[in-house]
Ligand binder design. Structure first.
Ligand code: SF4
Length: 361
C-alpha cells in the first residue's frame, strides 16, 4: 500500500513540475462538471498547482444551472391536488422565488425522492388516479435514462406519467461562455461522465473554432493532474485539439445506443440556464412522438412570476466571472444549511464546495 502511495506522490510531483515548466504565463482552466469540482477541492489540487494556473468552475452542476422559472413551475405543479412529483433529492432544497419543494412537501404535498427515473413509472402504476410528474433535470449523463423511461412508458401505455424537462447539453453552454468577451478561459477539462455518452465530437469546436485545448478527464486526482498536464503541453506547443485522458472509460464516439434512444425521444430546443440565459439548441424537448408525456403540454399550470434571489451571484459564479467568496452573502447569510442560491445547495455546487473545503483565494 505504502509503495502505491509513494508511486502516486512521485507521479503527482512529476506532473506538477511539468505543468510548471510548460506554462509560462497565467492561464485559467475551466472544469464544466460538478464531480470534477468536488474532486479538485477534495484533493486540494488548486493549492498544489503553480500560482499561474488557475482552475475555474463553470456551469457543470445541473441543479445549479436550473433557473428559478423551472423550480417555480415544479412547485406550482406540486401544489395541484392530483399530482405526485418525483425528483432526485438535491432539487428539494433549491430555493425557488418564494418557496422550495421542501417547503411544499412540508405543507403536505406529495413529493417523492427517487433514485432512478424508472421509479417514477412504478409510482405512476401504483397511483392510477394521480398524475406523476418526474423532474427531468440533468446533462447528457442523466438524460438517456430519462429517455429510456419515457420509451418504457410509451411501450407500457402508461397515461399518468409525465416529465417536466430541463435536460441540458453541455457543449452549447461552453460555446456560450467562449462567445462572452468578459470571460477569459485558456482551456477546458471536459466532463468524463458526459463524454461517456456523447464521445468527443460535440467538443471539437473548442479547438477547431476557438483554438483552445480541451481534454476529457477522469475523476481521480491523478486523472485531473494528467489532464491539466495534457492541456499545458498543448498550450506550450500552441497545437490545440481534443484529447482524451479518460480512455479507460470514454470511447471516441461515446455510447451509440444511448445516443440512439436520446435521438428518438428528444429534440434540441432553446433552454434557459441560470446565469447564462437562453442558449439555442442547449436543451432537450420531447419529440412529437412522445409529446403526450410532456407535462407542460398536457397539464395546465399557473406559476408565480420568477425572480432570482436578491444579492446572489450564482450567475457570475457559474460563468467563472467571480469566486464564491466574492459574494457578500457567502458563509454569512448563505450556507449549506440555509442556502440562498442553488450553487450552495448541491454537493456539486461551486459555492458548497468552497464552503466545505475552502481554497486558495
Ligand atoms: Fe448565491 Fe450563496 Fe453562492 Fe452567494 S454564496 S453566489 S448567495 S449560492
Amino acid at each position: 500500500m505504502s509503495q502505491q502511495v509513494n508511486e502516486t506522490k512521485q507521479i503527482a510531483a512529476f506532473l506538477l513540475k511539468e505543468i510548471d515548466r510548460l506554462i509560462d504565463r497565467p492561464v485559467r482552466i475551466m472544469e464544466v462538471c460538478g464531480t470534477h469540482t468536488v474532486s479538485i477541492f477534495r484533493a486540494g489540487i488548486r493549492q498544489l498547482l503553480p500560482e499561474k494556473v488557475e482552475l475555474v468552475s463553470g456551469p457543470g452542476c445541473p441543479v445549479c444551472v436550473t433557473p428559478n422559472d423551472y423550480l417555480d413551475t415544479a412547485i406550482a405543479y406540486a401544489r395541484q391536488e392530483d399530482v405526485i412529483i418525483t425528483t432526485f433529492g438535491d432539487m428539494l432544497k433549491v430555493p425557488g422565488t418564494s418557496s422550495s419543494l421542501n417547503q411544499v412537501k412540508a405543507e403536505g404535498r406529495d413529493i417523492r425522492i427517487i433514485y432512478s427515473p424508472m421509479d417514477s413509472l412504478q409510482i405512476a402504476k401504483d397511483n392510477p388516479d394521480k398524475k406523476v410528474i418526474f423532474l427531468a433535470v440533468g446533462f447528457e449523463t442523466t438524460s438517456p435514462t430519462a429517455a429510456a423511461t419515457i420509451l418504457a412508458a410509451k411501450q407500457q401505455n402508461i397515461k399518468n406519467f409525465f416529465v417536466l424537462t430541463a435536460h441540458k447539453l453541455t457543449s452549447p453552454a461552453i460555446e456560450a461562455l467562449l462567445c462572452d468577451e468578459k470571460i477569459k478561459i485558456d482551456g477546458f477539462l471536459l466532463p468524463g461522465h458526459v463524454c461517456v455518452i456523447t464521445g468527443e465530437e460535440p467538443f471539437t469546436f473548442i479547438a477547431e473554432k476557438y483554438h483552445l485545448p480541451a481534454v476529457v478527464a477522469g475523476f481521480e486526482p491523478l486523472d485531473i493532474l494528467q489532464a491539466i498536464y495534457m492541456i499545458a503541453k498543448q498550450i506550450h506547443a500552441k497545437d490545440f485539439k481534443i484529447e482524451n485522458q479518460y480512455k479507460r472509460v470514454v470511447k471516441t464516439l461515446g455510447n451509440m445506443q444511448a445516443q440512439k434512444i436520446m435521438d428518438l425521444v428528444y429534440k434540441k430546443a432553446p433552454a434557459n440556464w441560470r446565469g447564462l440565459g437562453v442558449i439555442e439548441n442547449s436543451g432537450l424537448d420531447l419529440t412529437d412522438a412522445f409529446s403526450e408525456f410532456d407535462a407542460l403540454k398536457m397539464i395546465p399550470v399557473n406559476k408565480e412570476i420568477s425572480k432570482e434571489p436578491a444579492g446572489c451571484r450564482c450567475g457570475e459564479v457559474l460563468r467563472g466571472l467571480v469566486k464564491p467568496t466574492d459574494c457578500p452573502l457567502f458563509g454569512k447569510v448563505c450556507t449549506p444549511n440555509h442556502a440562498v442560491g442553488s450553487c450552495m445547495v448541491s454537493v456539486e455546487g461551486t459555492c458548497a464546495a468552497w464552503y466545505k473545503y475552502g481554497s486558495r483565494v
